[in-house]
Design a protein around this ligand. Structure first.
Ligand code: GLU
Length: 459
């Protein structure tokens, strides 16, 4: 059975790049009837925080990416690492080294001066040193030959063993290092397939050396392309929000987040899909080797496609918390009708909720661009429209549309010259459903009042 894992270091909130890694691991394992596990790599005691760990796990759960077993925590497993270290010492695959930082620095300088790549030269390997408070435990790495990383995305990647130095496994205070824990845990958790970011490629041959020394089975690897910003630098807050929470708060549904993140480095013909469809069609072989560029416009497009798939009731339910945040109660007049009319006005729930405010609250201001472009110079049109509309007794979309045609015909104006100033009068901007419907939703009294206000504003 295939077993994958997501192994975050809880040193920050769940990053969308991390979500993509977790997602690909999850999807891959579900596709083959395997297991998906989580491991918290919290050996860096200073930077690791419980709140980040909770944020990571709850974020994944919200998305439906939950582990098949209780997550394990490296900070609680020191016995396991000590045992593995003893095994390596007993088998002669690890040795104690007492080189001081000064020794290592001098070694580095000499190597640099000789035009060589600086690396630990293995000088303590055959000294048979005993453990002391000044010794670290190092892996006796093969000196010759090659290590091949078989990557499901990139094919075979070959590393010369002579370029890899004897890795530290235990620090002088006895604590295990990152690579060591990572390898021991993959074995203990029964992991078969490691899917992680491309930035880990150079760690892989080192980890394979530890695996071999411990007599563990080989693993499968897949290194995912990095996620970059549009300037081709690693995605950071400078480019766009990076935490999952930020996207959740912006009103992207979990379906759209999963879909948009799956498209970061993976492509398929039908670009809009659900988690189940993704599990059916995902293929690691179609993951690109080159970096994936994060594009917020594409994210928004994916979101709008998912919102469009919801039926009205599901949409109303999904947007409810965002309407509450705006202080809009679901018993407000025309609540549902307004939401349905506005549901395609923006690409995420928060912005749609915000865009409905003019229907529920007094207008605070008019959009400046709209004022300059459409409102100024429309005094005559608005005055005539006010007069025409005030005569309407059946206040419904059909009657209102007819009245608007009359206004246009009277002045012989194109549609925007009448409709846009009216929209600004009603909702403060040009974002509103069809004008007849907008007027109907406001009702006669409110509509006339807002048109009057706009007339006062420009005159
Ligand atoms: N803890 C590592 C990280 O957060 C992941 C290591 C791995 O997946 O092997 O980058």
């Amino acid at each position: 059975m295939k077993i994958t894992r997501f192994a975050p270091s809880p040193t920050g909130n769940l990053h969308i790049g991390g979500v993509r890694t977790a997602l690909f691991n999850f999807v891959f394992s579900k596709q083959v009837g395997g297991l998906f596990l989580i491991r918290i790599e919290d050996t860096d005691r200073e930077r690791s925080k419980k709140e980040y760990e909770e944020d990571i796990i709850s974020g994944l759960e919200w998305l439906g990416i939950s582990a098949d077993k209780t997550p394990i925590r490296q900070s609680e497993r020191s016995d396991v690492y000590q045992k593995a270290a003893e095994k390596l010492i007993d088998s002669g695959n690890a040795y104690w080294c007492d080189c001081s930082p000064e020794d290592l620095e001098a070694m580095r300088e000499q190597q640099m001066a000789a035009g060589k790549k600086p690396m630990y030269d293995g000088r303590s390997r055959d000294l048979g040193l005993e453990r002391s408070k000044n010794t670290v435990l190092r892996l006796a790495t093969p000196i010759d030959g090659e290590t091949i990383v078989k990557d499901l995305i990139r094919g075979d990647i070959t590393f010369k063993n002579s370029e890899l130095d004897d890795l530290i496994l235990l620090r002088s205070d006895g604590t295990p290092t990152y690579h060591f824990c990572n390898v021991v845990d993959d074995y203990d958790q029964g992991i078969t397939t490691v899917i992680r970011g491309e930035d880990h490629i150079s760690n892989t041959p080192r980890q394979i050396h530890i695996q071999k020394a411990l007599g563990y089975n080989e693993l499968e690897y897949a290194h995912l392309p990095l996620v970059l910003g549009e300037d081709k630098k690693r995605l950071s807050k400078r480019h766009a929000a990076t935490s999952l929470n930020a996207y959740k708060e912006m009103g992207f549904t979990k379906e759209s987040i999963i879909n948009a993140l799956a498209l970061l480095g993976w492509s398929t013909e039908n670009e809009i899909f659900s988690m189940n469809e993704l599990i059916k069609s995902f293929n690691l072989k179609n993951v690109q080797k080159g970096a994936a560029v994060f594009d917020l416009k594409r994210f928004n497009w994916v979101s709008s496609q998912h919102l469009a798939k919801l039926n009205d009731d599901a949409f109303i339910e999904a947007i409810h918390p965002f309407m509450e945040d705006e202080g809009i109660d679901d018993v407000a007049p025309n609540y549902k009708e307004i939401l349905i009319a506005m549901r395609t006005s923006k690409t995420n729930l928060k912005e749609i909720a915000y865009a409905t405010r003019p229907f529920f609250f007094e207008l605070e201001e008019y959009d400046e661009k709209g004022v300059n472009k459409f409102l100024k110079g429309s005094l005559e049109t608005l005055t005539f429209a006010l007069e025409t509309l005030s005569k309407i007794s059946e206040w419904n979309e059909t009657e209102l549309d007819m009245a608007l045609i009359n206004v246009r015909d009277y002045f012989n104006l194109p549609i925007p010259k009448v409709n846009q100033p009216m929209r600004i009068a009603l909702v403060g901007s040009t974002i509103s459903p069809s004008l007849g419907l907008t007027l109907e939703l406001f009702g006669k009294e409110k509509s006339l009042e807002r048109i009057k206000k706009a007339i006062d504003f420009i005159s």
